[in-house]
Structures are given as structure tokens and as C-alpha cells.
Design a protein around this ligand. Sequence first.
Ligand code: TYD
Length: 191
Amino acid sequence: MYICLEGIDGSGKSTQLELLGKWLENCGFTVTPIREPTDSPVGKLIRHMLQDPKAKEEGFQRTLALLFAADRTLLMDNILVEEGLKRIVISDRSFYSSLAYQNGEEWIAQINQHSLEPDLVILLDLEVETAIRRCDGTDSFEDADFLESVRQRYLKLAQQHSFMVVNANSGVNKIHSDIKRIVAPKLGMCI
Ligand code: TYD
């Protein structure tokens, strides 16, 4: 089982991933948490490059798309295929982040063809303004515009690929309950 949380920056994925992992472990499952970008050398390079003020420009995004795909290919080879799929893999992001952030062109799907399709994608959706406030308060128009386009692409992907959409503005506990209600039946549990 490969479960993935998606959403714009500040949507609370990391917090919810941790809560989901603890809950699944309490239910007796063995859980492998992963996140993208990973901690591989490629993932570290990506995090470094994301600091560049030009990171949101189109040309830069093309380079990032290639690096994200490389980082993800390493992840698939090392973790998911070899050991992870014997367990429940819960992931902070997946190749759908590339489709949403690097603007869903066909070539992005092509360079990600070695990525596994998650069994379940949960989109934590919230307004950009709230997300930016939660991050660090940086509220440049460029950030807001960029994140708004990412949010819209996520909502479109959600329709196309049957993501489960959760309102990420409803408080940590409520969001966790919503996620549990979505995940439980997939694992044959009643809550
Ligand atoms: P993020 O999940 O915010 O990592 P962290 O909170 O650990 O720093 O991811 C870092 C950024 O990378 C975020 O702005 C989304 C972006 N990103 C992409 O643009 N494309 C991708 O394919 C992935 C996985 C992430």
C-alpha cells in the first residue's frame, strides 16, 4: 500500500503524515514514511536550488523537474520496490507534486514513468493566503500567484485521478480524523 499526501506548501502535510504514521503503527501496521524531495544527494541539491530567488521561473522549473524525477527514481529503486511495498508506505508528496508544481506537461509524465502510482492520494486543500501565513508570512504576489496556480492544478488533478480531497483549514484533529476515515476502509478497518 502506497499512500500519499499532497498539497501546496503550508497545507500541513508533514504534521498529518506523522499523525497518520503513529495511528497506523498503533493499529499494528509496519509503516515506512518517506518524503520528496528525499535526503539523497539529489534531494539535497534540489533543496539548495529551491533557495534561489529564480526558482519559480519557467526555465528553472524545467531543470527542477528533471532533478525531482531523478530523486524520485532513486527513491523508487531504493525504497519502494525493494522493501517498502511489503509495508505501508506513507509519503509526503509524489510525482503528482511535479505535475502540480512543474506544470503538468506531457514530458513531465514521461520522465516520471518509473514512478509508482500511489494506491491512494489525499489532497490537503486550503486557500493560498492561509497557507502562506502558516509557512513564514512571506506574502509576495509572486508566491501567492505561483501557489494559486499550483492549487488549481492540484484540484484539476484530483478530479482526473480520483484523489480524496480534505479541507486542510479545519484544525489538526479534524483533518486527522478525516484522513483516518479515508484510509481505514482501504485497510479493511472500521473506525
Ligand atoms: P516540501 O514538501 O515543502 O519540503 P519541506 O517542507 O520538507 O521543505 O517540498 C519542498 C518544495 O519542493 C515545495 O515547495 C514543493 C516543491 N516540489 C516541487 O516543486 N516538485 C516536486 O516534484 C516535489 C516533490 C516538490
